[in-house]
Design a protein around this ligand. Sequence first.
Ligand code: PLP
Length: 639
Amino acid sequence: MKEKNTNWTNEDSLHTYQIKRWGENYFGINAEGELSIYPNQKLDGMEISIQKVIEEAQNQGVSFPAVFRFHDILRSQVKHLNESFIQIINEAGFKGKYFGVFPIKVNQLREVVEEIIDVGQEYNYGLEAGSKPELLAALAYNTNAKSLTVLNGNKDEDYIRLAMLGCKMGKKIAIVIEKFSEIHHVLKLAQLFKVEPIIGVRAKLSTKSSGKWAESSGDFAKFGLTIPEIVDLVSLLKEKNKLHLLSLFHFHVGSQIPDIRIIKECITEGARIYTNLIKMGVQIEYFDVGGGVGVNYDGTRSNTCSSINYTLKDYIGDVVYILKDICDLEGIKHPHIVTETGRAVCAHHSCVITNVYGDVGLDNNKSLRWNTHEDDHLILKHIKQLHTDLNQSNYQDTYNNACIIKDETISAFKLGVIDLEQRSSAELIYWDICSRIISLTENEKYVPEEIKKLKTVMAEKYLCNFSLFQSAPDTWAIEQLLPIVPINRLNTKPTKECTLADITCDSDGKINNFLSPEGHKSTLTIHELPKNEKYFIGLFLTGAYQDIMGDMHNLFGRLNEVHIYSDENDPSNFYIEEIIHGNSAADVLEIMQYNPAEMSRKIKVEIDKKIKTGEIKPRTGVSLVDYYEACLYSYTYLN
Ligand SMILES: *Cc1c(COP(=O)(O)O)cnc(C)c1O
């Protein structure tokens, strides 16, 4: 430790964890050095300390890890999207209106969907569904007759019948044709039900997104009609006298679009298709630009995969102005604008709070000492010499030689030339050389690549009570970077560099990519673990996709959820509105076809046998069965 622990301020932590850059002013640090939520996006305004929410949740019996859902942020994001559209549409003198829809797949939780519908009511903000179950939810929960329900995805006959049911109920249903053959079913069933749904068409744009979802556009994308197919669709509808139904034009080129230039190109290409369709006599009313607005996960504001080089307002400005300019140029009326923005609406509102329950690292072995003797094997003498001679000018050479000797040690051991204790000494000396090299290179400007790797390998691991596969699947699947920040002590200097490991038995259950002021980095700057206190960290921006895509790897189930609302009249500025309990072991076992009652019975039968033979006392037997049952019905995570 070179610097003292004094004069470390909140500002230093804000910088270390880049909070202002990814936090959209919803996140900051309060006077006590606790990470806090600022529901009004004013860092001098009302604050909710996450530490205080943890304490209250614990008092109410919530075990960790847990999802914290800040409903104020969700509401604020929906408002922000709608009000920005209204403002920019007015400024531009654009004649159409904005009719946004929320794509349910981004977060299907009922509480989330209900909240969005509730706050979106005054803006006629609707829902988008991409599957039959989502459609069932959309039909039940979008009760606003003025807002749209946009239907995408693969559609079988039941899906289309359900859509017709929605039309019968007087809902504004838009069925988007994504495969040419769908039009036949839609026309047939519309006639059968005697309804006239809005028919939409999804175009495959030639403009390609970059980033992880580039394959969602282009001629060979999974969804959408090519230009010849669209022209064909228009002729078909004309023939059948149904052209008036085709009134929505849609495209979606992929999620998390990193670069604003791609968005500009999409809007331009889309707007040209729109004006041409109008000229062909198609009465398009809605111009649906899909989703794709990204989130600045790593705070770099660059066009890398975990970031974006634009703001929501920049995006909206481009949609409105580019569309307006092209329409005006071609003398075509302005359509209504629809977006299916999901990620940018929900990512910020929830986070995963987990406790660090231990650490593993070579540092823990410091107490182990090696012994050397006169009659040591040559291998040991060599590595000991390397250890003695190591200095600033020869560390790279020393490292190479140490690696060679380590390999030789193992060969010698396999051949029976050295014994277990000698191998142990050689390995300890090797790791000591490595950690000394890391100290020697700490302040070097240039550090060779292999030494950098050594740093990551040797970094201590903090063991965190959560499953990456349940709570942050994208960090594993697509190397998505998420901000990770300690919950308190942010006014003291974090002195450790660690990687994180989860509690699954999977070696992939680790995080070794973090944001930092210098860009991505393989370790997280974090505090020394306190001795007698729990140490909590948060994984942030998990509200879109991460929340609901998780799986049950190792049978770790869904997390406890804490739903939080702000309240100005409360001394801590918040109240917990609802706690949703996560899965018990019995819940997840049942999903895998086990029967928990049968499992208890089987344990009881076996223990009864042991009681009969006298191997177990009856009293002990009963308590063993009770304990088994208690574990069966408790939380899947570490206690
Ligand atoms: C996934 C999806 C969206 C949501 O995209 P975001 O990038 O989360 O805004 C919108 N529309 C369609 C058709 C989608 O498949």
